[in-house]
Design a protein around this ligand. Structure first.
Ligand SMILES: C[S@@+](CC[C@H](N)C(=O)[O-])C[C@H]1O[C@@H](n2cnc3c(N)ncnc32)[C@H](O)[C@@H]1O
Length: 205
C-alpha cells in the first residue's frame, strides 16, 4: 500500500530522545481501557510466554494473574522502564532512528505495543522486524485509544478517525508481508464511558 506524501510527517520532527528525556510515570489511558488491554492479552494466550512490549514505559497492562513468563520492555526512557514491575529486561532503543530491533531472530513468542503505534515514522519496517524476532505463529498486538501527544504523532493519524486508525494499522501489517490477515476490534463496550480501546492484531506467518 502507498501512503500519501506527508503521511509520516510530524509537527515535532526533532530527535525523539529529547521529547522522552523526562520520565512520565503516568497512565495514558483510563482504568477501563487498561483493563481491556489486560483482558485481551489473556484472551490471546500471552500469559506464561516470552513477550516483547514495544514502546513501553513503567506499566505493561498484563493482569498480574496472567503475566508473561519473561517480559522484555523496549522504550525511550530508562527511568520509566526501570519502574516497570513486570519487566525482566529493559532496552532503550529509538525505533524512529533505527527500526531494526536489537534482538536475535525468533527471540519472543508474542509482541505488544500499547497506545504508541501512532508515533512510528517507519512502521512497516518496524512491523517487518517484529516478525523477524517473533517465533512462527507469534501474535503482534497493537492497541490504541483516542489520546496522544499531538506534536509527536504522524500527520496521517492526526487527520483520521478511529475506524481509519484500524485501517492504517491493518495496512502496516499487510505492507510488511510477514503477517496473516489482521483482526481489528473495539474492545471496550460502546456504552462504557471513558477511553475507548481499539485493538488490531495479527499472527506472524
Ligand atoms: C503514550 S506512551 C505509552 C507507554 C506505554 N506503552 C503505555 O501503554 O503506557 C508512548 C511511549 O512510546 C515510546 N516511544 C515513543 N517514541 C519512540 C521511539 N521512537 N522508539 C521507541 N519507543 C518510543 C515512549 O518511550 C513512550 O513510553
Amino acid at each position: 500500500m502507498q501512503f500519501p506524501p506527508g503521511f509520516f510527517d510530524r509537527v515535532d520532527a526533532a530527535d525523539d530522545a529529547a521529547f522522552y528525556a523526562m520520565p512520565r510515570l503516568v497512565t495514558h489511558i483510563d482504568d477501563g481501557a487498561i483493563a481491556a488491554v489486560g483482558a485481551l492479552y489473556e484472551e490471546l494466550g500471552l500469559a506464561g510466554t516470552d513477550v516483547i512490549d514495544l514502546m513501553g514505559s513503567w506499566i505493561s497492562h498484563f493482569r498480574p494473574s496472567a503475566a508473561p513468563r519473561h517480559l522484555t520492555v523496549l522504550g525511550m526512557n530508562d527511568y520509566e522502564l526501570s519502574e516497570n514491575p513486570m519487566a525482566g529486561e529493559t532496552v532503550v532503543h529509538d525505533l524512529n532512528a533505527d527500526p531494526r530491533l536489537p534482538f536475535d531472530d525468533a527471540s519472543f513468542d508474542h509482541a505488544t505495543c500499547c497506545v504508541s503505534v501512532d508515533y512510528l515514522t517507519q512502521p512497516v519496517d518496524v512491523f517487518r522486524d517484529v516478525a523477524r524476532v517473533l517465533r512462527p505463529g507469534g501474535i503482534f498486538v497493537i492497541t490504541f485509544s483516542n489520546r496522544l501527544f499531538p506534536t509527536k504523532a504522524i500527520r496521517g493519524w492526526l487527520m483520521s478517525d478511529s475506524d481509519t486508525h484500524c485501517d492504517i494499522v491493518r495496512a502496516y501489517f499487510e505492507s510488511s508481508g510477514a503477517f496473516e490477515p489482521a483482526t481489528a476490534q473495539l474492545r471496550t463496550p460502546l456504552d462504557q464511558p471513558g477511553d475507548p480501546l481499539y485493538a488490531v492484531y495479527a499472527r506472524r506467518r
